[in-house]
Ligand binder design. Structure first.
Ligand SMILES: Nc1nc2c(c(=O)[nH]1)N[C@H]1C(S)=C(S)[C@@H](COP(=O)(O)OP(=O)(O)OC[C@H]3O[C@@H](n4cnc5c(=O)[nH]c(N)nc54)[C@H](O)[C@@H]3O)O[C@H]1N2
Ligand SMILES: Nc1nc2c(c(=O)[nH]1)N[C@H]1C(S)=C(S)[C@@H](COP(=O)(O)OP(=O)(O)OC[C@H]3O[C@@H](n4cnc5c(=O)[nH]c(N)nc54)[C@H](O)[C@@H]3O)O[C@H]1N2
Ligand SMILES: [Mo]
Length: 647
């Protein structure tokens, strides 16, 4: 197996913005060209695939860093111009399990609380979330909450920067969150701390749930999770007796092969204690990219139309068909994971990839690159020449939505906010929506949007949850939270208050407990691969490093394989020494960093520095069957010193 893939740039050489369109020539290289030629080439390829193989041979990867308006147009392009529901985004790699779990319980995938509520709560649980690094703005609210007297528990295998701020740190073994949550639930039940009024009024399936968690005594859970029984007991009592409590989680919960079950296990705790549907108490999956919440809300996912409306509902489809003058396929499309599978099966032939870098961000990325190379037609629209763009037939230079475009984005508290064009895009780079519309026109659909606001007003006309949010009102109120069905309303700060209603008919559909079971990570730690590698983020870098790699930072230390002091000693390796890290899929080399926050047997890497180390060469493609999210958080690896002569 190859030791890191072919290097295209020198590590120190930053990505530079792309300013002219490019088309792959007969010589196999990408060449700069004019916009009309690039758009013609892009459209020609899509038309050819559509006519030879049918609509479902097309797939759209939409951009969670761009605006709501762009995501609305991208999914409309997929459904109306190409005639398929194969549209998705990076939500698949992170919080799709949160959306699946919350939707199954509450009928809606959004976080239930507002950021401000963590300032006014008694207990904050950060479960599998390193918000101090990954959600620094939200973390400011957490710090205010702590200053106001809230206690914080952090649940993370690593003693993270977030854990440093917590009153208590629980460090479970990777992939043991269900036993831990079940033991918390069992302790709450046995200590008589269940909120029986809420359970009886608002939930279903309690008896079966209580039976399911019964074997998870504190000591049984201690054995599997490694968390001392007393610490589990303390978390259970703190959560159940708090007047108000916020359960926040992120990828430590969702990047697992059984992630939707993990999410259900945390939701169960809120149902048991009534910590949902009230001011100050709620469930917060802190979303990843700046507009990943909005992308899903806009229908840039395979199972929902704009306004998170179910594609399987004939009434919903009929309304969109009338509005768009089209026929929508009465079935869910493929999610990103399944689209990649379909490329390998030979049924998906063309991909339009907007602001996504799967060649680097997907688990087992060497496999993903091989799949992308099987496509008949790959169009990449980005602001930088990414690894994925380097594989494309056509590259279209986009304006950066966050500072060069008009539109809106939606954050984890469901707040829709305006973004504005502050600077012009470089060179010939163009707005994502304008590019999409030019391609639609070449494929027979003339959409004449005068600007982002017109797109937004079309969305408002089809999405009841967004109806009351005009651009004028968004500016006036500094953003509004959905649902906001009329221009008289300011949106809901917290969701599911209905579950507390005295009137059965106002409670609506009750919230079911999830009956979920422990299922350890797929990539087994054994004698050949004795270390558990988990991957994640650092404060100073962003995702695949495309946007953060180009700027010098005294903080940034590049990729490392982070080891506990004990393991470094056992392997006889020093800090800074370059070692080989191997998994069952590949090998990379990285310098050692010694982190006393890691326990023996646990290692950590990021995915921020592809030119130094392609971490996803190591990770496993095992995916959650419901959400399609990969188990990035649990890889089995081996660390080998590089023999002096071979260095
Ligand atoms: N600075 C910075 N901020 C970012 C990003 C970035 O790249 N850089 N990316 C953005 C994106 S797209 C996202 S999705 C978010 C992600 O935000 P986070 O989810 O907070 O980030 P991660 O570091 O990936 O993972 C969080 C923690 O999960 C822990 N963990 C690993 N395995 C387990 C487990 O089995 N159980 C539990 N309980 N915990 C576990 C890890 O040790 C890690 O500390 O951040 C967003 N914000
Ligand atoms: N090992 C490991 N791998 C992971 C994860 C992990 O924890 N561990 N986390 C996963 C997660 S949560 C995520 S979200 C993914 C992230 O995976 P990706 O979304 O593939 O990675 P990003 O680096 O965020 O890429 C975003 C792209 O959008 C482009 N872009 C930015 N703004 C705009 C715009 O306005 N318009 C257009 N057209 N393009 C724009 C950027 O240049 C960049 O190329 O990685 C996943 N991969
Ligand atoms: Mo993410």
């Amino acid at each position: 197996m190859n030791d890191t893939r072919r290097k295209r740039r020198r590590p120190a050489e930053p990505y530079t913005r792309i300013t002219r369109p490019m088309v792959r020539g007969a010589d196999g290289q990408l060449h700069e060209t004019s916009w009309p030629e690039a758009l013609d080439a892009a459209a020609r390829g899509f038309a050819a695939v559509r006519s030879h193989y049918g609509p479902d041979a097309f797939g759209m990867f939409s951009c969670a860093r761009s605006t709501n308006e762009m995501n609305y147009v991208a999914q409309k392009f997929t459904r109306v111009v190409m005639g398929t529901n194969n549209v998705d985004s990076c939500n698949r790699t992170c919080h799709a399990p949160s959306v699946a779990g919350l939707s199954a319980v509450f009928g809606s995938g959004g976080g239930t609380s507002s950021y401000g509520e963590v300032e006014d709560t008694d207990l904050i649980v950060m479960w599998g979330s390193n918000a101090r690094f990954a959600h620094p703005i939200f973390f400011q609210h957490v710090l205010k909450g702590i200053r106001n007297g809230a206690r914080m528990f952090a649940v993370d295998p690593r003693r993270t920067s977030t854990a440093e701020w917590a009153d208590r740190w629980l460090g479970p073994n990777v992939g043991t969150d269900i036993p831990l949550a079940h033991a918390v639930a069992r302790e709450i039940i046995h200590a008589g701390l269940v909120n029986t009024a809420f359970v009886e009024r608002a939930t279903t399936g309690y008896e079966e749930f209580a039976r399911e968690v019964e074997p998870w005594t504190l000591s049984a859970a201690e054995q599997v999770t490694g968390v001392p029984a007393e610490a589990i007991r303390e978390l259970a009592h703190a959560y159940a007796t708090a007047e108000r409590a916020q359960m926040c989680w992120t990828l430590g919960i969702t990047e697992h092969h059984n992630a939707t079950d993990n999410v259900r296990a945390l939701i169960n705790l809120a149902l048991l204690t009534g910590h949902v549907g009230r001011y100050g108490s709620g469930l917060q999956p802190l979303r990843g990219q700046n507009n990943v919440q909005g992308g899903g809300d806009m229908g840039a996912i395979p199972d929902r139309l704009p306004g998170f409306q179910d594609i399987l509902d004939p009434g919903v489809r009929a309304r969109f068909e009338a509005r768009w003058d089209t026929v929508i396929q009465p079935r869910q499309g493929l999610n990103l994971t399944r689209m990649l599978d379909a490329i390998e099966r030979g049924t998906l032939k063309a991909v339009y990839c907007i602001g996504e870098n799967p060649a680097q961000s997907e688990a087992d990325c060497a496999h993903t690159v091989a799949r992308l190379q099987m496509l008949d037609h790959l169009v990449v629209q980005d602001i930088f020449l990414t690894r994925t763009a380097e594989l494309a037939d056509v590259v279209l230079p986009a304006a950066a939505a966050w500072c060069e475009s008009e539109g809106t984005v939606t954050n984890s508290e469901r707040r829709v906010q305006r973004v504005r064009r502050a600077v012009p895009p470089p060179g010939e780079a163009r707005d994502d929506i304008a590019i999409l519309c030019d391609l639609a026109a070449r494929l027979g659909h003339e959409w004449r949007y005068a600007g982002a606001e017109e797109v937004w007003d079309e969305l408002r006309s089809v999405s009841p949850d967004h109806h009351g949010m005009t651009y004028g009102r968004l500016a006036e109120h500094h953003g509004l939270q959905w649902p906001c069905p009329s221009t008289e309303e300011v949106g809901l700060p917290y969701l599911h208050g209905r579950l507390w209603s005295e009137e059965p008919e106002q409670r609506g559909r009750l919230a079911p407990f999830g009956i979920v079971k422990h299922d350890p990570p797929v990539d087994v730690v054994d004698e050949s691969y004795p270390l558990r590698l988990t991957t994640g983020r650092r404060l100073d870098s962003y995702n695949t490093g495309v946007q953060s790699g180009g700027f010098a930072s005294p903080l940034r230390r590049g990729e490392n394989i982070e080891l506990s002091p004990e393991d470094a000693a056992a392997y006889g390796v020093q800090a800074g020494e370059v070692v080989r890290v191997s998994s069952r899929r590949g090998t990379v080399s990285a310098p050692v960093w010694i982190d006393p926050g890691l326990r023996p047997g646990l290692a950590f890497m990021t995915m921020h520095f592809p030119d130094e180390v392609d971490t996803n060469v190591l990770t496993i493609e095992a995916t959650d069957p419901i959400a399609g999210t990969a188990e990035y958080k649990a890889t089995a690896v081996r660390v080998d010193p590089i023999a002096a002569g071979a260095r």
